[in-house]
Design a protein around this ligand. Structure first.
Ligand SMILES: Cc1cc2nc3c(=O)[nH]c(=O)nc-3n(C[C@H](O)[C@H](O)[C@H](O)COP(=O)(O)OP(=O)(O)OC[C@H]3O[C@@H](n4cnc5c(N)ncnc54)[C@H](O)[C@@H]3O)c2cc1C
Length: 504
């Protein structure tokens, strides 16, 4: 860093204009930046710092899950910033689960109420991120790429960013060593100047930025969250759990004529008990498949698929119909990285009146309910509503946000874990299918009395917590109804037998 840059950095620190800094320009960060620009753009400068390069400069993202399923919560938030139509036009509707049974049969289980035309939208993560970043730019958000937040001076609200040419699109910043202490209780300008001097000797630059409010939207391994964890004054709780299940992604390319190789308007599932394959359609005619399986410990696990023969054996035994759809299966499988799944919980989501965590930084959940991004987008909508409700009194806004979001995020985290069982095992059970059909029929006839949980989660904005209690109420009403019907039928039968006996 030269002396002009140092001066610029110090000027930034003493600048009097109010500023909100969003750390992380992924899905939650870019939507949050947009919400903030629309609501507070006239009184705050809104800045997003993203550690990767600008994704709009690249064709696509080869990182974690290429596409994702958006449902009502996500689309409602996008609608509030005027983007739902643009996003929907880039996605592919999925009206149900397309189940590939072990015996080769294929059937579609509809998701929602047929008359309401409820569906999920499969969309490319990269396209979604680009749409959001473009909208941010149009709304006047300042976007800073290749800047990774490394530390925060919590006492003075100063963020430290590292810039490195080597930070490629998907590189993991988490593994780089940190030279800067997590927290400074009191930073004098002398210290800041010496810090600038110190960092001018190394290969990366450190930028310092003062912010009135900091939004941590930096994903599951959030640096902002780690900083709060290390601050004793924050009284911050955090836990993370890795699942034994891991995943690999594969692609089913379009046919020679450019059309889809399978029916496109559903989420394909090959449920096989402890493991499963799923496929989501992309708008270019391809499908992104995800193979979920234990890493180790079972006969069918990633550890036991090391040779071509083992892989072909796995697919010909369990996913026979997929083999002709992926001619380069061997190559794809052995080049696809093995990714891990984890969920995290923390509390509270805020610190004092100036730091808040949203999206995966606050609550990463497993992907089996397709709700992680929807939950993150809902965070942005709720935060916006609370800013309006509390007229920008940040302490009230952030405290209210923490309280209301934590309980809901915990509920969907649990449901997402449970849904793995439903997707991998139950969707192939005849009894489950019968129950599901009865449930759908009841919720079509009496949507208010017997709501379906999947419907409430995926096709409404009812808070997750309330969705669960509504369904519990419905189930207990259904149980009472069944018991009453049984009693009435039994009594009627007795009466009828008695009458018959008397007449004889
Ligand atoms: C296999 C899989 C499938 C999924 N499918 C679905 C689905 O179908 N539907 C759904 O709703 N959700 C799904 N999810 C969940 C969804 O991907 C996440 O919930 C969502 O991406 C969260 O967005 P985010 O912005 O909080 O985090 P991220 O998308 O991880 O973005 C965080 C951003 O912060 C940046 N960053 C990190 N550290 C720093 C730093 N120190 N400084 C600056 N920037 C930083 C990162 O580069 C990144 O751009 C799935 C997840 C997985 C793993």
């Amino acid at each position: 860093m030269n002396s002009a840059d140092s001066r610029a950095s110090i000027e930034e620190l003493h600048s009097s204009s109010k500023r909100i800094v969003v750390v992380g320009g992924g899905l939650a960060g870019s939507l949050e930046g947009l919400f903030l620009a629309k609501r507070l753009g006239s009184s705050y400068e809104i800045r997003i710092y993203e550690k990767r390069e600008d994704p709009r400069l690249h064709e696509g993202d080869s990182g974690r899950s290429i596409n994702l399923a958006l449902s009502t919560r996500g689309l409602t938030a996008l609608d509030k910033v005027g983007l739902s139509e643009e996003v929907s036009s880039q996605g592919v509707p999925m009206y149900g689960r397309g189940i590939h049974h072990s015996n080769g049969q294929f059937e579609i289980q509809p998701y929602g109420l047929s008359k309401k035309g409820e569906f999920l939208t499969s969309i490319s993560r990269h396209v979604l991120n680009c749409i959001l970043l473009n909208a941010c730019e149009r709304a006047g958000v300042n976007l800073c790429f290749k800047k990774a937040c490394s530390s925060i001076d919590l006492a003075n609200n100063i963020l430290y960013f590292e810039e490195s040419e080597s930070l490629a699109l998907n590189s993991s910043f988490e593994s780089t060593e940190q030279d800067i202490p997590w927290e400074f209780d009191n930073v004098s300008s002398k210290f800041i100047e010496s810090e600038i001097q110190r960092t001018s000797d190394v290969s990366f630059n450190v930028n310092m930025v003062k912010a009135d409010v900091i939004v941590g939207a930096d994903g599951v391994f959030s640096r902002v969250r780690q900083i709060l964890e290390n601050c004793t004054k924050a009284k911050f709780n955090y836990s993370q759990v890795y699942l034994p299940t891991c995943y690999k992604e594969l692609t089913i390319n379009p046919t020679a004529s450019g059309s889809y190789a399978m029916y496109p308007n559903c989420l394909h599932i090959w449920p096989r008990g402890r493991f499963m394959l799923i496929a989501l359609p992309n708008s270019d005619g391809s499908f992104t498949c995800t193979l979920f399986m234990d890493e180790d410990g079972y006969a069918v696990s990633f550890k036991n698929i090391e040779t071509n023969e083992q892989l072909l054996n796995l697919f010909s035994t369990y996913f026979k119909d997929v083999i002709p759809l992926i001619p380069d299966l061997l190559n794809q499988y052995f080049h696809s990285p093995l990714s891990f799944l984890l969920y995290t919980q923390c509390e509270p989501y805020h610190f004092k009146n100036n730091i808040v965590l949203i999206g995966d930084a606050a609550h990463a959940i497993v992907p089996f309910y397709g709700q992680g991004c929807n939950l993150a987008f809902e965070d942005c909508r709720i935060l916006d509503e609370l800013i309006e409700l509390h007229c920008g009194k940040w302490f009230d806004v952030l405290q209210h946000f923490s309280q209301s979001r934590k309980s809901n995020a915990d509920v969907i985290a649990r449901l997402a874990l449970e849904n793995y069982l439903e997707m991998a095992q139950k969707t192939s059970s005849r009894l489950f299918l019968l129950r599901k059909r009865i449930q759908i029929t009841f919720s079509e006839w009496f949507p208010n009395t017997f709501p379906s949980l999947y419907r409430l989660v995926s096709f409404t904005n009812v808070p997750y917590r309330d969705a669960v209690s509504l369904v519990e109420k419905g189930n207990s009403a259904l149980r009472k109804y069944l018991i009453c019907s049984l009693c009435v039928t039994t009594l009627a039968s007795f009466y009828w037998i008695k009458c018959l006996w008397r007449t004889n």
